[in-house]
Design a protein around this ligand. Structure first.
Ligand SMILES: *[C@@H]1O[C@H](CO)[C@@H](O)[C@H](O)[C@H]1NC(C)=O
Ligand SMILES: *[C@@H]1O[C@H](CO)[C@@H](O)[C@H](O)[C@H]1NC(C)=O
Ligand SMILES: *[C@@H]1O[C@H](CO)[C@@H](O)[C@H](O)[C@H]1NC(C)=O
Ligand SMILES: *[C@@H]1O[C@H](CO)[C@@H](O)[C@H](O)[C@H]1NC(C)=O
Ligand SMILES: *[C@@H]1O[C@H](CO)[C@@H](O)[C@H](O)[C@H]1NC(C)=O
Ligand SMILES: *[C@@H]1O[C@H](CO)[C@@H](O)[C@H](O)[C@H]1NC(C)=O
Ligand SMILES: *[C@@H]1O[C@H](CO)[C@@H](O)[C@H](O)[C@H]1NC(C)=O
Ligand SMILES: *[C@@H]1O[C@H](CO)[C@@H](O)[C@H](O)[C@H]1NC(C)=O
Ligand SMILES: *[C@@H]1O[C@H](CO)[C@@H](O)[C@H](O)[C@H]1NC(C)=O
Ligand SMILES: *[C@@H]1O[C@H](CO)[C@@H](O)[C@H](O)[C@H]1NC(C)=O
Length: 407
């Protein structure tokens, strides 16, 4: 009798430790639901869980935390992935190339290291009842999502949302974006960040509206390219590293009522067909260049004291260059080039020989100005938004080329 109990006890110890070590594998590849059921007693799984390409559905019952990654790639058969008890994925939650996946059921998931979802053409909604509130990197590309309900972060490092053609709305309680948000070429997405205080970079392309009522700082660059809105407002923005507003076909009004300082990436307002008049009423200094190009007749900078980069103005309208002329003649355009060309008679261009001389001798401003050109050139990499960041490095090179070409 005692012997029998001892044997049972030993057996159960052995099975507990077998489970413990099964829960602690650095990586497990799941080919059947039975493989997942074997992990059901692991409240914490120590490594990565890879769902194989042949799996038809996956239910991660029992598991509360995955310390590594949860990955499913290149699976054209999987329709459903669920994890009823899972609260945490410490690493990456990667779903890539899952053509018939419709059901993503993670009712208690709250913390994820990074979300990496690419080409999930049948995923139109998330069943994330509690909602993910803690995740530092989010990439969502080429899904059928109409909203991002189920993901509501209070801070993020990198938020990239592109090519989700039915995405009508992004509303999130973010207070800060510490590296970038790039929202490009989705549907006509309405973007609202009601609590956002600052962002490092912000890139918005092809959106229908943006609301950032509290945002006061964009440290690096703010790019607004090929959007569909008629008016744009940054009501509380006081400082920006640089702002580029390009090719927004319907844009008629821009408003930067509090903006005072612009950094080395400068200001570029170009090729916004309907934008005829704009003002930066409080901007006192621009550390980079100012590039204005388009049909505008009025670009007013009543408080501007100094531009450390170059100034290049091409107006198809009846723009009066005199305010910039006097800024230039008082020595407050510090960059290596100043030109102002308008359809009106007040066009100011330096004689060609002088322009060549100044641009070849003024190396000090090249860095600032090329930073601004990188703002300017980013739209040339725009097209179909890329999911890799290498296009930005490329756009930097294109930017320098364009800078050399312009000046
Ligand atoms: C899990 O693995 C870690 C190291 O990877 C080790 O320190 C720990 O003891 C293991 N735990 C169990 C229960 O095997
Ligand atoms: C998925 O398929 C693509 C193309 O066939 C391949 O390049 C990629 O490495 C695959 N990814 C994984 C995780 O197997
Ligand atoms: C987010 O999750 C990480 C990893 O679990 C944790 O260290 C961090 O404190 C969490 N942040 C918040 C704001 O809860
Ligand atoms: C998102 O979180 C913010 C607070 O961080 C909250 O005010 C807001 O209601 C949440 N939105 C949703 C849809 O849950
Ligand atoms: C974001 O900021 C970093 C660092 O300042 C910069 O290198 C990068 O090019 C910026 N990205 C965009 C899209 O502007
Ligand atoms: C605007 O930003 C400042 C910080 O620069 C902040 O103190 C203020 O509350 C913000 N105003 C609004 C209306 O959000
Ligand atoms: C960006 O601006 C915010 C708000 O002023 C600040 O807290 C943060 O440190 C800045 N980031 C960098 C890299 O300068
Ligand atoms: C504006 O459009 C014209 C014509 O397409 C182009 O040559 C020019 O480079 C554009 N300007 C900027 C600054 O992108
Ligand atoms: C240009 O815009 C400024 C600011 O809105 C305005 O005060 C000024 O009257 C406008 N000038 C012309 C010529 O329309
Ligand atoms: C700008 O100012 C410089 C220095 O006073 C002068 O040489 C140059 O001709 C001016 N450029 C224009 C376009 O007026």
């Amino acid at each position: 009798m005692i012997r029998k109990l001892l044997v049972l006890a030993l057996a159960s110890i052995a099975s507990v430790s077998a489970q413990a070590s099964a829960c602690n594998e650095s990586e497990v590849t799941i080919t059947t639901q039975a493989d997942l059921d074997n992990l059901a007693s692991c409240s914490t799984f120590g490594g990565n869980i890879i769902l194989a390409e042949t799996l038809g559905s996956a239910a991660l019952n029992g598991i509360q935390e995955i310390m590594g990654n949860l990955v499913c790639s290149n699976n054209t058969q999987i329709a459903s992935i669920s994890a009823p008890q899972l609260t945490t994925i410490g690493g990456a939650f990667t779903l890539n190339g899952l053509t018939i996946l419709t059901d993503l059921v993670f009712p208690v998931l709250e913390t994820v290291g990074s979300i990496n979802w690419i080409t999930l053409p049948a995923v139109s909604q998330l069943t994330f009842t509690n909602g993910v509130t803690n995740c530092s990197n989010v990439l969502i590309s080429d899904t059928d999502l109409t909203t991002l309900d189920g993901i509501n972060l209070s801070s993020v490092s990198n938020l990239q949302i592109n090519n989700n053609l039915n995405l009508d709305e992004i509303t999130m309680g973010l207070t800060s974006i510490s590296y970038q948000a790039d929202i490009s070429y989705n549907g006509n997405t309405a973007v609202a960040f009601p609590d956002l205080l600052w962002a490092h970079n912000l890139t918005l392309q092809g959106i229908s509206s943006i609301s950032t009522p509290m945002m006061s700082v964009v440290n690096a660059s703010y790019l607004l390219i090929s959007n569909d809105f008629e008016s744009f407002s940054a009501p509380n923005l006081t400082s920006v590293g640089g702002v580029a507003i390009e090719k927004n076909q319907d844009l008629r009004r821009i408003s930067f009522p509090q903006l005072t300082t612009v950094g080395a990436a400068g200001i570029e307002i170009a090729n916004n067909t309907d934008l005829e008049s704009f003002t930066f009423p409080k901007v006192t200094s621009v550390a980079g260049a100012i590039i204005l190009d388009g049909d505008f007749f009025n670009a007013s900078f009543p408080a501007l004291n100094v531009v450390r980069g170059a100034v290049s103005i091409d107006s198809e309208g009846d723009f009066d260059c005199s305010a910039f002329d006097s800024l230039n003649s008082s020595g407050n355009i510090r960059g290596n080039d100043y030109r102002c060309e308008a359809a009106s008679s007040s066009t100011s261009v330096v004689p060609t020989s002088t322009a060549a001389a100044t641009s070849s001798s003024a190396e000090a401003t090249t860095t600032e100005a090329s930073n601004s050109a990188s703002t300017a050139a980013s739209s040339s990499s725009a097209g179909a938004a890329s999911t890799s960041s290498s296009s930005y490095a490329l756009s930097g090179l294109v930017a320098i080329a364009i800078f050399l070409g312009i000046f």
